[in-house]
Design a protein around this ligand. Structure first.
Ligand SMILES: *Cc1c(COP(=O)(O)O)cnc(C)c1O
Length: 411
């Protein structure tokens, strides 16, 4: 069984008393035991069993096993959201006085988590220009606990040389965390690129239908945890499992950011069709980008790594094969034109999500970046003439026809 979709559908099979073909949803908070000895053994970790759904739940475990299989990781912990995956990971590996290296191009809530929330707890963030991997060398020091990357940034649509950045981090013994939400383990295999911890918002492509908020932390089992002072003792006791154990038995348990069984069910369903939907979405993104590029009468620029002139085209081809992601941005002459264009769309929906089955459009400057003053927005590549399109899985011809009729309405 080698294919991604075969594994997604058949790779994890738990025996079921009723021979149900689909794993049921265990909407139960707690689990009972035959004897007090059994419950003691469960709590002492001598006999792995479900005790309480904030720690483990059979439906959530099923989702975790599927993701572990599909990513080739050592293990997965499913959490309540993408942000929970990111915060639980950072809380597990760093403390006051430590620093994390990031690019200014970063998902807004992640930036806010690191630069505001965790700053109050003594965490420092350091910036490197990930377009120039060597700039990492200048900021890493003995208190650097991680280099934090995203596979394709949004809305800059930048692709960094992840293997080159990982090699530099590795030379310094620094953990590499990758937010692989926009590619998922299907479209980007993180481990060969030197990534140690992969975080995902399952809310996006994995859900597909926009049915549930969820996230996951995948440990690729390739980091020497002895290099992180907080794991020195744990490494001796638990070896390569020490990070996953720390999460499960301490941080995930204590922050309470658990995935609900119902969300796990919806997201497992999503995993089964993930590969098909991603191919379609990427193809739609490329088709829309190419169409927009031709509409020079309205469109002043198009930003998508799939376009050969993009500064990220070459690196995207090297890292992802002939795949460039499902998100693109383009600019019109004015904010007013952007708004009128958006309002004229009939199939493409105005909503703030990405990687949904539905094609979505957003004006980043007035929405997800509205808290940033214009000069800060400019530094992040966000302007008020820019629109972001997230390609869904509709028929490409219908999407292009919708865009075309919206341009007609602009006249
Ligand atoms: C949406 C998103 C997140 C946050 O995920 P939630 O499930 O909404 O918490 C994190 N990173 C990226 C790249 C995202 O697109």
């Amino acid at each position: 069984m080698n294919g991604f979709t075969t594994k997604a559908i058949h790779g994890v099979r738990e025996p079921d008393t009723h021979h149900a073909l689909r794993a049921p949803v265990y909407d139960s908070v707690t689990f009972e035991f035959e004897s007090s000895e059994d419950i003691e053994n469960a709590f002492r970790g001598k006999k792995p069993s479900h005790t309480y759904s904030r720690i483990t739940n059979p439906t959530v475990t099923d989702f975790e096993k599927r993701l572990t299989l599909l990513s080739g990781g050592l293990g997965t912990i499913a959490v309540s959201s993408g942000m929970a995956a990111i915060s639980d990971t950072i809380l597990s590996i760093a403390g006051a006085g430590d620093n994390i290296v990031i690019s200014p191009f970063l998902f807004g809530n992640t930036f806010s988590l690191l630069a505001s929330t965790l700053k109050r707890w003594g965490l420092e963030i350091r910036f490197a220009d990930f377009r120039l991997p060597e700039t990492l060398e200048q900021v890493i020091d003995g208190r650097t606990r991680a280099v934090y990357l995203e596979t394709i940034t949004n809305p800059q649509i930048a692709v960094f040389d992840i293997p080159a950045l990982s090699r530099i981090a590795d030379r310094h013994g620094v953990l590499v965390i990758l937010d692989n939400t926009v590619m998922t383990p299907y479209a980007f295999d993180a481990r060969p690129a030197g990534v140690h911890i992969e975080v995902l918002s399952a809310t996006k492509y994995i859900s597909g239908g926009g049915t549930a908020v969820g996230g996951a932390v995948i440990d690729h089992g390739n980091y020497d945890w002895g290099k992180n002072p907080y794991f020195k003792d744990d490494v001796k006791a638990y070896g390569k499992h020490c990070f996953l154990r720390r999460l499960r038995q301490e941080v995930y348990r204590n922050t309470g950011a658990c995935m609900s069984p119902h969300a796990a069910y919806m997201l497992s369903l999503g995993l089964e069709t993930l590969a098909l939907r991603i191919e379609r979405s990427f193809d739609n993104a490329l088709g829309m980008a190419e169409y927009l590029l031709e509409r020079k009468d309205h469109v002043t620029s198009v930003n998508y790594a799939g376009l050969t002139y993009s500064g990220y085209h070459e690196i995207a081809e090297r890292l992802f094969g002939k795949r460039y992601g499902g998100i693109l941005t383009f600019t019109l002459e004015s904010k007013e034109k952007c708004f009128r264009f958006m309002d004229a769309l009939r199939i493409v929906r105005r909503a703030t999500n990405i990687n949904d089955n539905k094609t979505l459009i957003l004006h980043p400057a007035s929405t997800i970046y509205c808290e940033f003053p214009p000069e800060e927005q400019a530094k992040l590549g966000v302007t008020d003439t820019m629109l972001r399109l997230s390609a869904g899985i509709e028929d490409k011809e219908d999407l292009i026809a919708d865009i075309e009729q919206a341009f007609v309405a602009l006249k």
